[in-house]
Design a protein. Sequence first.
Length: 130
Amino acid sequence: MAAVHQMDLNTLPADKVDILSRILPHEEERKIYAERGGDEALSDEDRFMAALCEIERLEHKLSVMRVMADFDESAALLEPQFTHVTAASKCAREATMFHRVLEVILAFGNYMNSGRKGSVYGFRLASLDS
């Protein structure tokens, strides 16, 4: 139970977290275990379930532990995509012809928008970075 409280994946590996997530007691079962939690007549399994019911926000803790277990793998899968997006952003910022095309589009849009109530004018590309 301490491994769940401390969210310790070394003591409670990801596969065990998955198993615990699948066997969590339902609300009705929680009430029963709360009433009979300290009963010595309970089997070891029932005492284990009663102890699980005493952990606050158990579902959330197990969910967080699952994310923690998957984080490194997910980050490794996403890292190349972030690299590509960053490279594309840098390329777009440094492309002078692209800037010129955007300037023409902006000028045309400003012309079409001018003179109207609540008109809004363009923005700088640098503002996209912030």
